[in-house]
Every structure is written in C-alpha cells, then in structure tokens.
Design a protein around this ligand. Structure first.
Ligand SMILES: [Mn+2]
Length: 442
C-alpha cells in the first residue's frame, strides 16, 4: 500500500475521492516526516515542485532512517549531484523524462512515415527488381526477401537479382534450406522491371554490376550516404539491413513467416558477427522479435550443413592430389557430378598451414570447373582467375573467392579420358601458377 502527503487541502480531498490514502501535511516539518516513518516503510518518493522543500524532506528522512529508499524529483540537472550527496537513491528530472519520451515518439513517427512512403512507392508499379550486392551474403538476401514480401502486400511482383556467385557453403545452405529463389543478372532483361531497388548496397559499381543509378528508385542500406537523385533512400546506422526491413514489416503490420524470420535473424547475426561488432539497440530489438518467429532447426542446418558422400570423396581426392608451390595449392579432382563440392574442397584446403591461395578443379562432360580461394591480401583471386582463364572460358569473382568454367570444346579430338585429364591438368596448372606469379617446380 502507499500513502500520499500533500500540502494543498483541496487536492487531498480530490485524491481521497479517488480512493487514495492521502493526508494534508508539510514535508519540511519534522513531525510530519516522523509520523511517516513507520517500521514497515520501504520507499519514499519526494515529488513536489518545490526543490527546497524536497531537499529538506530528503535530509529529514535520511537523518532518521538512512536505509529507506528515497527517490527525489530535481528541479534541474545540476541539483542531481547535491541530492545524491544528501543520500537520494535515485533522482528524477521530469524535463529529461519528457524529452526522452518525445524523442522516442519522434523516432517512431519517423520510421512509420518511411515505411508508409515505401509502401506508396511500391504500390505505384507492377514489377520491381530487387538487386542485392555482388556475391550476396545472408543480410542482403534476407533483406531482399523482406522487401519482396512488402511488395507482395500491395500486389506488386518482385524478383531478387544477383551478380557474381553465392560461393560460401553456409550461404548456399541458407538459400537452399530457405528455398529462396534468386535470378542471376545475366538471366534477366532489365526492361522487364519498372524500377530497381538496391538492398545492402547503394553506390553504382561498388559491389554491384550497375554503371549508373538510372531506373534505381529505392536504396535501403546500413552504410554509406543517402543518394539525392533517388526517389527513396533509407540509410541507417545499424548493424544490418535486415534490421531496417524488420522495422518496416513491423510498422506496416505485415506477417513475418518462419522462413522470413529465420532469414532476417541469420542476416543480422552474420553482419554483426554474432553481436560482436557494430551492434545497435535497433539490431537487438529486431532480434528479440525475430527469435520468437524463427526456426531453430533450420538455423542449425545452415550453420552446420551435412556433407554428402560425393562431397567427402571429392575433398578426399583434392587432399590426395594436392600440389603446392610457394604457398599456392592446386588440386585436380578428376571427373565429377557435384560442381558445388569444388568450392567446399577449396574452402577446406585453404585451412592448411602455410597455404594462402587454393584452386581446385574438376570436369564434367561439358566443362572444366575451377573454384579458387585466397586469404593472402596481396592476391586478388578474382583478378587472377579472370586473367588466367577469361580468354578460353568465363571467369571472375572477388578478392577472396572466385570461379571459372572452361568449355571442353578446346580439347576436341582428345578421345581418351586419361589423356584428356592430363591435358586439362597441365593447362589449368600452368595458367594458374603463371598468373599468380610463380614458376612451377617440376
Ligand atoms: Mn549488410
């Protein structure tokens, strides 16, 4: 129970009418305070607007009963120290409380307004192209998935478009387990889309295949500066783009299903390196929401994917056939069905002590497939692969992961598989080592 002591008799009357236990009294009078300090008293709140009276009451209480918890209202931030010196356990400053609450409401209104504007823009078109950054990671893919969901809520069709490759094993597991359909930029016609939205990327040419912002109407990202010539940009200083999209979904009251929640949650976790870097209160708030909606089993499978027997065999071949010159490892695994396993083998071999770059290759009936990795900052493996193989096939990637495909057509006339394998091995090794800058030791 609690008791109110108030100087103004009229107010006391009103409080009593409202069933409060209120008494008339002056809190600067010793006998009033003494009456108040019953043995079972635990907390006193001194909230009058008279700061002098508050100070006196605090001193009287603490002199008599130092163990009682006292919360005092301060007239200004400066009197906080003084009140604490006198023994106040907590000091409240109403102006600051109002300012904080107002700021919170303001932010809320701002994000509501952004979400509504985005909604309006999406409504205005038939087909949206959502472009993620090159070699997309979970944050950009999850954000695109969420934006597509928002577009669907206003019956706007949207496609998720990417450039490069989805090379990391966890990222491929992420896309496969959550059944996310992405389209490679080479497979689309840009004229099919009324507008492009960039998520988790914002500057043309920086980690995306664009040369200009023509037709880009939406940019949502968590780094960089807002583009002035774009209809809608939302750049927030948060840990992940997925956090911004989670906020939109909430503001627009759009259902987040298990798949989407799992994707967004994984995106935030990866971008903040499991909440170790660049994590903000907004990321944690989004996480709290997504945790209840996500699928823990799928998250586990993404992080610890199971390995097929063929993949294991290919990794075994790659280990057995490895050839190391300087700190560069090359390995031929022969004829394969599962091209994906090459990337896993390359990832695995890059862990070998003293090895800084790896190329693993194999072939099926039509092509030679090469997957390369580098942890050497001086070696841009994407550039190496492109220079070594573009003239006879297609090749590219980024500084630490790349791939190449070479049609077997260049070996027409070679009938025998063993001879073909030897020739391929010879060509790939020679070109790779020459480009990375070492002479082969035979
Ligand atoms: Mn990101």
């Amino acid at each position: 129970m609690f008791t109110i002591i108030e100087k103004n008799a009229k107010r006391v009357e009103t409080l009593r009418d409202q069933n409060f236990d209120a008494y008339v009294g002056d809190i600067t009078k010793e006998e009033v305070i003494k009456n108040l300090l019953t043995p079972d008293l635990e907390i006193v709140m001194i909230l009058s607007s008279d700061s002098k009276a508050n100070t006196t009451a605090l001193s009287l209480i603490k002199a008599e009963k130092p163990d009682v918890v006292v919360i005092v209202r301060a007239a200004d931030p400066l009197s906080k120290d003084k009140l604490e010196e006198l023994g106040a356990d907590a000091v409240v400053y109403p102006t600051a409380l109002i300012a904080n609450a107002t700021l919170h409401d303001l932010r809320k209104a701002e994000s509501q307004r952004s979400a509504n504007r985005l909604h309006e823009i999406l409504k205005s078109m038939k087909k949206l192209g959502i472009l993620v950054h090159d070699n997309p990671d979970p944050d950009s893919i999850a954000s695109a998935l969420a934006l597509r969901q928002i577009a669907a809520s206003v019956d706007t069709e949207a496609a998720i478009i990417y450039h490069g490759e989805i090379s990391r094993q966890e990222n491929r597991a992420f896309v496969n387990l959550l059944h996310i359909d992405l389209m490679h930029v080479d497979a689309i016609d840009p004229r099919d889309y009324d507008m492009l939205a960039l998520v988790d990327t914002g500057t043309p040419g920086a980690n995306n295949p664009l040369t200009s912002l023509d037709n880009v109407g939406i940019i949502i990202d968590h780094h960089g500066v807002p583009e002035r010539n774009v209809l809608y940009t939302d750049i927030r200083d948060v840990g992940a783009t997925a956090t911004i999209l989670t906020d939109y979904l909430e503001e627009l009251d759009i259902d987040i299903d298990k798949r989407l929640a799992t994707a967004l949650l994984y995106g935030i976790r990866i971008d903040t390196q499991d909440y170790k870097v660049h994590v903000t209160p907004a990321d944690l708030a989004a996480t709290t929401k997504l945790m209840q909606l996500s699928d823990r089993d799928i998250l586990n499978q993404i992080e610890y994917p199971t390995m097929s027997m063929e993949t294991l065999d290919i990794i075994g071949e790659a280990i057995h056939n490895k050839h190391i010159t300087a700190s560069y490892l090359v390995s031929c695994v022969g004829f394969i069905h599962n091209v994906d396993a090459l990337a896993q083998a390359a990832d695995y071999l890059l862990n070998l002590e003293g090895v800084t770059a790896v190329a693993v290759f194999g072939m099926n009936d039509e092509k030679i497939h090469i997957s390369a990795r580098s942890k050497d900052v001086r070696v841009n493996i994407g550039a190496v692969m492109s220079q070594a193989f573009s003239d006879i096939g297609s090749a590219g990637g980024h500084s630490n992961a790349a791939a190449a495909q070479i049609p077997l057509g260049i070996f027409t006339g070679v009938r025998d598989r063993t001879t073909l394998l030897h020739l391929v091995e010879e060509v790939v090794k020679r070109r790779f080592y020459a480009e990375i800058g070492v002479e082969r030791d035979e």
